[in-house]
Design a protein around this ligand. Structure first.
Ligand SMILES: [Zn+2]
Length: 307
């Protein structure tokens, strides 16, 4: 599959989504390789020209290669654009209705129409506050996806795929019926592994996000500055993933593709538990706040997903 050159994307905001996602794996990939020493090959992450929401990890001659469909950042940005356009989601943010037609407050997710179909699909009108929130949620999800693929590499699944199946690539979505039951069980345990690694790597990512000075004014709309920012970011992460997993589930049924991941409700539950396990190593982590925020936001997310 051809490499997708995201520098071709004219919309600066959309291009930046790709850049940020790539940076997550550049930073975490280097940290992982440093931890392993020379025994582990370097990891490269590229985007490929694939309209299907998919990702894969493989082992080449000199490096590991993570491929992410160009549709992943695009559809994720669009998903959260639509999600945050609803006033039920984070109801304290200025509702989008008031901003429709206000040019300065409107974003248009328009990209190269060659591969991504109908332009109208990309038009999402958001107030500035809702735009910030949707960008943050999309970024967090994309970071998780990037780190999940890195998790497959760290856990040795690229080698495992070659060893057990004689295939080069371990991919998230595949044709229905192409994997027998015994493979499915192994593959599912690998998905749990990759999520577990992703959660650990995510802690550093969220730490960095919490420390970003430049975004503080933006944060104030979304966060309570008197409470631990890391905890609040982590709770958003759970909600963002909940929305994403449900979306992917619908998309794969539409595309008639299969996945080895457990059901979104199951997956989000154990990811949340693993997050709590990791986060409790920090003195500042506020478990009650975390659980409280998840409860509040899940209610809104359920409404948001029904729309
Ligand atoms: Zn996976």
């Amino acid at each position: 599959m051809a490499t997708f050159d995201f520098s071709r994307i004219e919309n600066e905001q959309v291009r930046a989504v790709f850049e940020r996602m790539l940076k997550v794996n550049t930073v975490a990939g280097a940290a992982v390789q440093k931890a392993y020493g020379k025994a582990k090959k370097p990891v490269s992450t590229i985007f490929v020209d694939d309209p299907v929401f998919n990702a894969s990890a493989s082992l080449g001659q000199s490096r590991y290669l993570i491929k992410i469909s160009a549709s992943v950042p695009l559809l994720t940005a669009m998903l959260f654009g639509r999600f945050f356009a609803q006033s039920a989601v984070m109801p304290w943010l200025t509702p989008s209705d008031e901003a429709v037609g206000a040019r300065n407050d409107t974003v248009q997710f328009i990209t190269d129409p060659k591969d991504f179909g109908d332009r109208d699909v990309w038009r999402v009108s958001l107030t500035n506050e809702r735009l910030i929130a949707s960008a943050k949620f999309a970024d967090m999800c994309l970071a998780f996806i990037a780190l999940h693929e890195l998790g497959h590499v760290v856990a040795g699944h690229a080698e495992g795929t070659r060893h057990y199946y004689g295939r080069a690539e371990f991919s998230e979505l595949f044709a229905v019926g192409s994997r027998p039951t015994d493979q499915r069980e192994r593959d599912q345990s690998w998905e749990y592994d990759a999520d577990a690694v992703a959660v650990v790597l995510l802690m550093d990512y969220l730490d960095d996000l919490a420390k970003q000075k430049s975004g503080l004014t933006k944060h104030e709309i979304l966060f309570d500055k008197d409470k631990d920012l890391f905890t609040q970011l982590l709770s958003f992460m759970v909600i963002a993933l909940f929305v994403l997993f449900n979306y992917i589930r619908g998309a794969r049924y539409d595309l008639e593709l299969a996945t080895s991941h457990p059901h979104p409700m199951v997956r989000i539950q154990y990811i949340k538990d693993m997050m709590v396990h990791e986060a409790r190593k920090r003195t500042e982590f506020d478990l009650l706040l975390f659980l409280d925020l998840i409860d509040q936001r899940l209610e809104e997310a359920m409404i948001g997903l029904e729309e």
